[in-house]
Design a protein around this ligand. Structure first.
Ligand SMILES: NC(=O)c1ccc[n+]([C@@H]2O[C@H](COP(=O)([O-])OP(=O)(O)OC[C@H]3O[C@@H](n4cnc5c(N)ncnc54)[C@H](OP(=O)(O)O)[C@@H]3O)[C@@H](O)[C@H]2O)c1
Length: 325
């Protein structure tokens, strides 16, 4: 099969289309003919050599895919060749074929394109696990979502809106803020033009927010703690701005704050299956009915994976970047 590979870590130019052996499914897996996959920030880190795949996972980039079942392992029930599915995978999406544990498969809703389906698993699973399972967002609470124009951000905005939370966002341009408002955010701050912590004081009448979903890390740490209400919760989902902080612990103690961290890829299969089941139960019906939509920015053909990586690293996307296979 054809797949995107790289011989040594580096910039986007290291990504090349190459011929590699087809993956072979185990008894519990299905072989999927991939029709679309999507980019994630983690792919750019892996390409640079900073985020190796967990043991046993494919070395090929790609954490999610949509396609048709081509063959099923001997212990798989409920799927047959031709079924249209999408899934979160530990790697292997940037290829014509990939293997997926059958319990990780999500049947594609009627009428969906492979492009739409490939834009769903990573960002909706992440938003579900961080905003709701860990962060415990409830109706009537206020959530601040940073990097809100990211793939994960665009999913989180819609899900938080859907349960009746007040959604405040940060993003790096007026256009991105406007598009977040169209998805259901109530107000936005261009973090390049003003300090988001001052803005939060203003828009919350000096109350702060109950929950912060953060992808930036170190440079936002102290301002995040200041922006939380007493007993507020901070969920750390990414560290695009840096990982090291020097901090006074007094703010954490005196405001009785809670801080959570989360990753998805490194979790054991049994946990990822539980995440998939929660998603199919709680959120897939809202996606299938069209109330919540995957936000697709651009579709590149697989052989232009390097161009797609450049586009992501220039922060040009609003929502997901797809590779059609
Ligand atoms: N922990 C997990 O389970 C998990 C799972 C999936 C993703 N993630 C993380 O979630 C984050 C979003 O991923 P994604 O694939 O959805 O991202 P994405 O679509 O590539 O969007 C990222 C956006 O973040 C903003 N940004 C980048 N660097 C920034 C900085 N230093 N300060 C402020 N804003 C910055 C940019 O928008 P602006 O133009 O607004 O600056 C950029 O477009 C990443 O950190 C990723 O690693 C975590």
């Amino acid at each position: 099969m054809q797949a995107i590979t790289f011989a040594s870590p580096g910039g986007p130019e290291v990504l090349q289309l190459a011929t590699v052996p087809d993956p072979v499914p185990t008894a519990e897996q299905v072989l999927v003919r991939v029709r679309a996959t999507a980019l994630n920030r983690a792919d750019t880190l892996q390409r640079r050599g900073a985020y190796p795949p967990p043991p046993g996972e494919s070395e090929i980039l790609g954490l999610e895919l949509a396609g048709e079942v081509e063959a099923v392992g001997s212990a798989v029930h409920g799927y047959k060749p031709g079924d249209r599915v999408c899934a979160l995978v530990g790697g292997g999406g940037y290829a014509e074929k990939a293997v997926v544990d059958a319990r990780m498969l999500i049947p594609m809703p009627e009428g969906w394109s492979f492009t739409q389906a490939a834009a769903v698993p990573e960002v909706f699973f992440t938003a579900q696990e961080t905003v709701f399972v860990l962060g415990g967002l409830k109706t009537g609470e206020t959530v601040l979502i940073h990097a809100a124009a990211s793939g994960v951000g665009t999913a989180a905005i819609q899900m938080a809106r859907e349960i009746g939370a007040r959604v405040l966002v940060t993003a790096g341009s007026a256009d991105k803020i406007q598009r977040c408002l169209e998805l259901g955010a109530h107000a936005g701050c261009n973090y390049k033009e003003r300090d988001f912590a001052e803005w939060i004081q203003e828009v919350t009448n000096k109350q702060g927010v109950e929950l912060i979903e953060d992808f930036i890390g170190a440079p936002y740490w102290e301002r995040n703690l200041r922006s939380l209400k007493t007993c507020g919760r901070l969920v750390l989902v990414g560290t695009m701005g840096g990982v090291k902080v020097e901090t006074s612990l007094m703010l954490l103690m005196s405001k009785r704050l809670q801080v959570f961290g989360s990753v998805l890829r490194a979790r054991p299969l049994v946990e990822k299956i539980a995440v998939t089941q929660r998603f199919c139960r709680d959120w897939l019906p809202l996606l299938a009915s069209g109330r919540i939509k995957p936000v697709v920015d651009t579709v590149f053909p697989l052989d232009q994976a390097a161009e797609a990586h450049r586009y992501m690293e220039e922060n040009r996307n609003f929502g997901k970047i797809i590779l059609s296979v």
